[in-house]
Design a binder for this molecule. Structure first.
Ligand SMILES: Nc1nc2c(ncn2[C@@H]2O[C@H](COP(=O)(O)OP(=O)(O)O)[C@@H](O)[C@H]2O)c(=O)[nH]1
Ligand SMILES: [Mg+2]
Length: 202
C-alpha cells in the first residue's frame, strides 16, 4: 500500500461525540503498551504520528487517523495491566463500547496481543466482547522481534488456543521494528476496503 497522506484528524475523549464517517474504519484494540500506536505508525509509514510511549496507559482517547483521504485507522484506548476483569462500565470500556456500537463504517477490529505472553483475562474478555458486538476479531501478535524464530509457531498456537480462535480466524505476527507482517495486515485491510468485503459480519 502506498501511503500518500496520513493525518490525525479527530481525537475523542469521554464526552466527545464520535465522528460519523462514510469511509471505512479499521480499529486497533489491546492492552496498554502492546504496540497499538507503533503498529499504526508502521501502517502509515510514519515514525511518530501516533504517539508511542514506554509508559503504559497513556492513550485514553479514541484517535482517528485519516489515510490517503480514503480510510481511517482508529487507535482505541488501551486497557490496564492490573485490572482483574474487563467491565464495560470503566471509562475506556464505555468508550470502546460506544464506538463499536456507533460505527457503521467499521470494517474490522484488530486485537493486538504480545507474542511473548499467554493472552490475559482482559485480552480474552476483549476478544469475546468484539465477537459479541458482531465482529470477527483479527488478532495481531506484536513484538515478533522479541522472540526467536523457532518459538514463533508455538507462541502463535498458544495464543490461538487460549483465545479460543476458530481455524478460519486470522492471526498475524508483526514487528514494529522489522516491519515484518505489515504487508499481510495491509493486504487484509485492503480486502475489506470494498463495501462487499465488509468485515462486520451480520
Ligand atoms: N521490540 C519491539 N518493541 C515494540 C514493538 N511495538 C511496540 N514496541 C514498544 O513497546 C512500547 C509501547 O508501544 P506503543 O505503540 O506505545 O503501545 P500502545 O500503548 O499499545 O500504543 C514502546 O516502547 C514501543 O517502542 C515491536 O514490534 N517490537
Ligand atoms: Mg498508544
Amino acid at each position: 500500500m502506498i501511503i500518500r497522506k496520513a493525518e490525525l484528524e479527530t481525537v475523542c475523549g469521554v464526552t466527545s461525540r464520535f465522528p460519523l464517517h462514510v469511509q471505512p474504519e479499521f480499529a486497533f484494540a489491546g492492552k496498554s503498551n502492546v504496540g497499538k500506536s507503533s503498529l499504526i505508525n508502521a501502517l502509515m509509514n510514519r515514525k511518530s504520528l501516533a504517539r508511542t510511549s514506554s509508559q503504559p496507559g497513556k492513550t485514553q482517547t479514541v484517535n482517528f487517523y485519516h489515510v490517503n483521504d480514503a480510510f481511517y485507522y482508529v487507535d482505541l484506548p488501551g486497557y490496564g495491566y492490573t485490572k482483574i476483569a474487563v467491565t464495560v462500565k470503566e471509562t475506556w470500556g464505555k468508550m470502546i463500547e460506544d464506538y463499536l456500537h456507533r460505527s457503521a463504517s467499521l470494517r474490522c477490529v484488530f486485537l493486538l496481543v504480545d507474542i511473548r505472553h499467554e493472552p490475559s483475562a482482559n485480552d480474552k474478555a476483549m476478544y469475546d466482547w468484539i465477537v459479541y458486538n458482531g465482529f470477527r476479531p483479527v488478532v495481531i501478535a506484536t513484538k515478533l522481534d522479541k522472540i526467536n524464530r523457532s518459538q514463533t509457531a508455538g507462541q502463535l498456537k498458544r495464543i490461538r488456543d487460549s483465545l479460543g480462535m476458530q481455524k478460519e480466524d486470522v492471526l498475524l505476527p508483526f514487528s514494529a521494528l522489522s516491519k515484518q507482517g505489515r504487508e499481510e495486515i495491509w493486504a487484509y485491510a485492503e480486502s475489506l476496503m470494498s463495501p462487499e468485503g465488509a468485515g462486520a459480519e451480520s
